[in-house]
Design a protein around this ligand. Sequence first.
Ligand SMILES: *[C@@H]1O[C@H](CO)[C@@H](O)[C@H](O)[C@H]1NC(C)=O
Ligand SMILES: *[C@@H]1O[C@H](CO)[C@@H](O)[C@H](O)[C@H]1NC(C)=O
Length: 346
Amino acid sequence: MISLGLLAIVAAASAVDITNINQLEAAKNAQRITLRDINVPAGVTLTLDKLKPGTVVEFAGKITFGYKEWEGPLIEIGGKNIRVEGKPGHLINCEGERWWDKLGGNDGKKKPKFFSARLTDSSIVGLAIKNIPAHGFSVNSCKNLTISKIHLNVAEGHQKGGHNTDGFDVGNSEKIRISDSFVHNQDDCLAVNSGSDITFENNVCIGGHGISIGSVGGRKNNIVEKVKVIHCKVSDSDNGIRIKTVKEATGAVRDIVFDDVELKNIAKRGIVIQGNYLNKGPDGDPTGGVPITGLTINNVRGNVLKGGANVHVWVANASNWKWSGVKVTGGQKAMEHKGVPPGVKW
Ligand SMILES: *[C@@H]1O[C@H](CO)[C@@H](O)[C@H](O)[C@H]1NC(C)=O
Ligand SMILES: *[C@@H]1O[C@H](CO)[C@@H](O)[C@H](O)[C@H]1NC(C)=O
């Protein structure tokens, strides 16, 4: 005779469809958890943590969220050896326009962050996301995480007051690979604040502030090393590629590669490397406490709009840069440079 308890264990070990967030706790032992057509209540994080290694989490149908002014995140997923994936036709629609007030993450309405990843030896694949309220993916304290085929569409933010809609914020993480993704937003496509061995490959960034390392300095972890940005496109953005370190802070930015990056219609700076970042903007002379060393820029090409500058370097204590094949043209803004290591030309 098979007991009900045994049946429950058999069911728990296989696949579970969740259509209401209340069913989540009971489903956490399943090998495959499908989140289908869920409306997450206001002020609640859709939390999937303490999952068993090997768990697959799927997003299916339409995922929406109730409205509340709070810090979020809307979704948090943690664990080891977890695969998160989107099923064909699904959409995670945050309806961020309900929060947008042109003031972003620091002011006005309090806006929930979108997605907090706390993952090791894991992957996030094929999610389709629309209109995040403010910051998108927060990759913090993750190790060996692959994020690919993400479609993050916040295009409506340009008309409707979206701001600080970062694509991927990476901090304090190791061995992170973000690839084959699309981001249309109103802030950094990628921002790396700290971490090591981070690859950003074959991504398209539209409308935002470009691909950024920084700001680095003034946090708990102030080292960024071994970052590779390869084969990406940045268009209709404020900047193309950027490194910014915090003035008077300490730390290091080292072994950074930008290779094969195509820029199109960049409004402010095609390539900008600055060591004087303070309170959300550049401020006077750079300081050298966060030296930028081992910076390779190869085959970065494209156009800056007339009012912008093709390249701007404003650093101290930088060394061992290798730049080649930089063909950024069109910008007519004349800018002074500081701290360019010997031999670097563009
Ligand atoms: C990294 O994670 C993947 C799963 O995404 C796993 O297959 C691989 O073994 C992990 N690598 C290491 C070195 O643990
Ligand atoms: C320059 O960087 C080195 C580390 O490479 C550091 O020891 C030194 O203090 C820095 N200099 C300044 C002026 O900050």
